[in-house]
Design a protein around this ligand. Structure first.
Ligand SMILES: [Zn+2]
Length: 140
């Protein structure tokens, strides 16, 4: 008795933003630098990408740093079109859909998602869901 769940990943980029991803270098960017480089709001990094598991580092002062090339690769993998069953999440370590075991439903403002642990590798996974509402793919 699986519910019908509409899948949408927040934080998709428009064509012009995607084109700017190629400019990202193999160096560490602050969230603001990265946001400026690609052309989205810096809050999108904290609200969406970090939540979804974007690889990042924290320095001794607690500031966040993201490698440009790592971000590009992560983004392409994360936002690739793929078919997931309602009870699956995609594990970027295992590079395949895995069954969600005891997923915890979370909400951040209008973003709903499940958090679970990959049964194969133990990685924390997030899967964004939106129920009922028409798909709103507008950029934040
Ligand atoms: Zn895994």
């Amino acid at each position: 008795m699986e519910e019908k769940v509409e899948i949408i990943l927040k934080g998709r980029l428009k064509g012009s933003q995607k084109n700017r991803l190629v400019r990202l270098l193999d160096m560490m960017y602050s969230p603001r630098e990265l946001a400026n480089e690609v052309g989205f709001d810096v809050r999108q990094i904290y609200r969406v990408y970090i939540t979804l598991g974007c690889p990042h580092e924290k320095d001794s002062t607690g500031r966040l740093w993201i490698n440009g090339m790592v971000f590009r690769d992560w983004f392409k993998e994360m936002y690739k079109k793929r078919a997931l069953k309602p009870n699956e999440a995609f594990c970027l370590t295992c590079k395949k859909p895995v069954k969600m075991i005891d997923p915890v439903r979370m909400q951040e403002e209008r973003l709903f998602y499940y958090i679970c642990i990959c049964p194969n590798c133990g990685r924390k996974l997030a899967r964004v869901i939106i129920r009922g509402k028409p798909i709103n793919d507008k950029q934040e």
